[in-house]
Design a protein around this ligand. Sequence first.
Ligand code: J2J
Length: 544
Amino acid sequence: GLTPGVDAPTWPEEFAERYRRAGHWRGETFGRMLRERAAAHPDRVALVDFAPGRRTRTYRQLDEAADRLAAGFAGRGIGRGDRVVVQLPNTAEFAEVVFALFRLGALPVFALPAHRDTEITHFCAFSEAVAYVIPDVHDGFDHRDLTTRVRRGAPELREIFVAGDPGGHTALSDVPCDPSGPLPEPRPHELAFLQLSGGTTGVSKLIPRTHDDYLYSLRGSNEICGVDADTRFLVVLPAAHNFPMSSPGWLGTLYAGGRVVMCPKPDPTTAFALIEQERITMTGLVPPLALLWTDSAPRTERDLSSLELVLVGGAKYSEQAARRLEPALGCRLMQVFGMAEGLVNYTRLDDDPETIVTTQGLPISPDDEIRIVDDTDRDVPDGAFGHLLTRGPYTIRGYWRAPEHNRSAFTEDGFYRTGDIVRRTASGHLVVEGRAKDQINRGGEKVAPEEIENIILAHPAVHDVSLVAVPDDYLGERTLAHVILRADAEPPTAAQIKAFVRARGVAAYKVPDLVRFVDAFPHTGVGKVSKKGLRSAAASAEQR
Ligand code: J2J
């Protein structure tokens, strides 16, 4: 599971060599990175969290905690290449567990705290995870309740570790740790972790990222955003998501020797208090949160003057909203258009103000290759919009164990088909115009219609269903399920359909916002094929 090329396509040697020669891939690993920072400035604070009281970790403490946990995990039989599903909220334990796994060459699979048994079972089963790490109770939900169902669906799962009260499992704090000798170190070109894709098909694909490629994206992001040892980065979004992890995020901040502050909740009241108290300089937000903060800032009593830069991305940020952020928050705005598969674009600090509010930025790297093409993969004329394809030193060449899907998600010469519709301005900045992929972007949270349609289809009264996006002032898009009922069944209410989805155990953001009962799908055209027909055709194609 550790060597790229075995479980997923990797960069051809000529590209790898080019990226090394250019100095992008420097042979660093996450484990050594933290070790070096801890040696250079052991007593500097690396991380602050509130779980629930204020706790700090110096670089030395974080490094030692990672070593201790690595030894403990090794004692429990976790080793090189093993997958471990990590589902932890914004706490110090998240960083400790992840660095411990990095040290072992075990691969964290980054689940979000919102995921429930359907998603977690899939991540554990598909990745053949040997362990699953959870909090005890988070946001009113007892994660230990998930474990029975997850275990049933994921036979390889041996260990469940709990941050907090273990309730019959193993507490992270009780992991026995007598180092049994030096641990084997992963190599820079090997896989470091599996990130989640937003998904367009029934289930999320796993994204294999290497030490070399991800560390390059951190270094590049830090340079663009001006992250250094004085940076105090507030992690507002779930720490497991690629954006707050790497753009420049908490890993970028640790790379630079700065301070990470884990925000327990994203609301302005909580976050503004922490900005004042912790003298926060930088953070990253999705557009709905940026709107909420912008609206709340003029009325706050809190001192936000330490804030220098707010990054906004994950979904389209409207120009009108973007214009209001800097005056309201008294800091700079940077737009970021990124993806867990790789490519990240930022507006630059020295871009003119119009560019910052009207574009989604430029790629990190001079070696990020961008193509904008029509439906037949031919390049469109300059300035026209089309499908964004990309290839580069931190963009994957294929998903993990998904050869069939990879054939359509990548071109033959290794460009990733982002599914985004963009155009390029004269300055090279990208503007996101829309989306060709079957995905709904609910304020930065991605919903794959097929996943939810499949759940609703299991309802006994449902004949067919189509999940679509509807515009929403706050979230950008919300989900609407068009449901065709069976003639012979007792008709359910909209609330019952939502409750049915919720009861199946999926993240709350995937439960349809609206349900509408229809006789036929409204977007009828000549020769229209039903979604159900499309799905079964796709399923039999996959089986072939
Ligand atoms: C429009 N659509 C955007 C933007 C992402 C940094 C920032 C975001 C992500 C992320 C990330 C957008 N305007 N500014 O990983 O490191 C949509 C696109 C894209 C998809 C990727 C990062 N920024 N998007 O959002 O993997 O459709 O990563 O392809 O979750 O989000 O989603 P995800």
